[in-house]
Design a protein around this ligand. Structure first.
Ligand code: ZN
Length: 405
């Protein structure tokens, strides 16, 4: 069956008659919806198919959340508590923005598929209409930047020219005759009745169940974003219609925000960011050097004491790397027991106990329990562990003090 939406893709309202209405539920975006599966004598709401997602809209102002095709019927899921009655006339309305967007992407896909085939002999093996951008999968190993630019230029020239897009409804046998051999999609197994052939004047003709614009000028523009190579195929990502304008607005907003942050215009953004990155690298090097100096200084302070303490405890919560502890221990005297830690502001950190193995065996387990230590690594005179609760350091220090008093 050819539905009303396929006869006239610009029909926004239509009155249909209820054929059946059964209680049903569906899962949409992880939400369980209660309602009814509704079949009408005809519909302007496109059921998903041919790579095109379904339409949304209303039946007597009640929201239609999904439409799928089963054989010759379109099944509308309506979210509502009251059933419709068979024979009842209901007003169908379409979410036009969604439909026009889908038509622009779908007809846009037909156009670039035809041009890649005509100009470079690249067959389209599948396509995807995404919520933000779409792609065609080309059976080739590579698409160059020059080829992308050339197809984009030709496609936009044809849009300006305003080539007609028409539909021929015919028998499956005759449909094959119209079909351009290069991108055979085939009919669904449960297809019944006549087929539709979509023709772009002078460019292509292909069997397709989708809704399409009637003139290429309705596509407004096409932007080929980039070609992504994967497993011997190339995915060409593209935008058509309003999506081009929307994307440009988003990019421009981002540019304005970046101008403020970087204190420079778009042509300088890359250079300015590279400068910031280089500065950061230099700063980080100096910072690491300072930290090492600081750790060595702390250790030398201990070396300089005429009377060494029995234990030494040092804890930093400023996000310093664990390497600070290693640098410190490399210079620090060995006849002192050490309890050291570094942590960031999340309360997670790295703890080291270094010294007499007997003390480590005695205090280690209770420290790990207090600090919520994970994966502690104890080797004789050295215990290292990642800990999740540095707030209990004070309690550990009290135990340490008690042990050595
Ligand atoms: Zn199609």
């Amino acid at each position: 069956m050819v539905f009303k939406c396929q006869e006239d893709s610009f029909l926004k309202e239509f009155t249909g008659t209820i054929v059946s209405c059964e209680p049903a539920n569906i899962k949409l975006a992880d939400k369980e919806l209660q309602g009814f599966n509704v079949v009408l004598d005809n519909t302007i709401l496109f059921p998903e198919g041919g790579g095109q997602p379904c339409d949304y809209g209303t039946l007597n102002e009640k929201p239609v959340r999904s439409v799928i095709r089963k054989g010759s019927e379109a099944i509308h899921f309506v979210e509502h508590t009251e059933p419709f009655v068979a024979g009842e006339n209901v007003k169908q309305k379409i979410d036009w923005n969604r439909r026009l967007d889908h038509m622009q992407q779908h007809s846009g896909q037909h156009l670039i598929t035809a041009l890649f085939s005509r100009d470079y002999n690249f067959d389209t093996t599948s396509w995807w209409l995404g919520a933000d951008s779409s792609y065609i999968e080309l059976a080739t190993k590579d698409v160059t930047k020059e080829q992308l630019n050339a197809i984009e230029e030709t496609a936009n020239a044809l849009i300006v020219e305003g080539r007609e897009v028409s539909i021929v409804v015919t028998s499956p046998e005759d449909g094959i005759k119209f079909q351009d051999a290069r991108a055979p999609r085939g009919l669904p197994a449960d297809h019944v009745g006549p087929v539709r052939v979509i023709r772009i004047e002078g460019i292509e003709s292909n069997m397709c169940c989708g809704t399409h614009v009637t003139n290429l000028s309705q596509l407004q523009a096409i932007k080929l974003l980039h070609a992504e190579k994967s497993k011997g195929k190339v995915y060409v990502h593209f935008l058509a219609g309003n999506r081009v304008v929307k994307k440009l607005s988003e990019c421009y907003e981002r540019e304005l925000a970046m101008n403020n942050v970087l204190k420079g215009g778009p042509s300088m953004h890359l250079e300015l960011i590279q400068k910031v990155q280089a500065n950061l690298k230099t700063l980080n090097k100096s910072f690491q050097k300072l930290l090492k100096d600081n750790a060595t200084m702390e250790a030398e302070k201990l070396n300089g004491l005429s009377e060494k303490p029995k234990y030494f405890s040092m804890h930093r919560k400023d996000g310093i790397e664990p390497d600070f502890i290693n640098t410190f221990l490399r210079t620090a005297p060995t006849d002192i027991f050490y309890f050291l830690s570094v942590a960031d502001n999340t309360g997670k950190g790295h703890v080291v106990l270094r010294g007499d193995p007997e003390v480590i065996a005695k205090l280690g387990p209770s420290f790990m329990e207090l600090l919520d230590g994970k994966g502690s690594n104890s080797k004789g005179n050295n215990l290292q562990a990642k800990v999740n609760n540095v707030n209990k350091i004070k309690d550990c220090e009290a135990k340490l003090k008690q042990y050595f008093s």
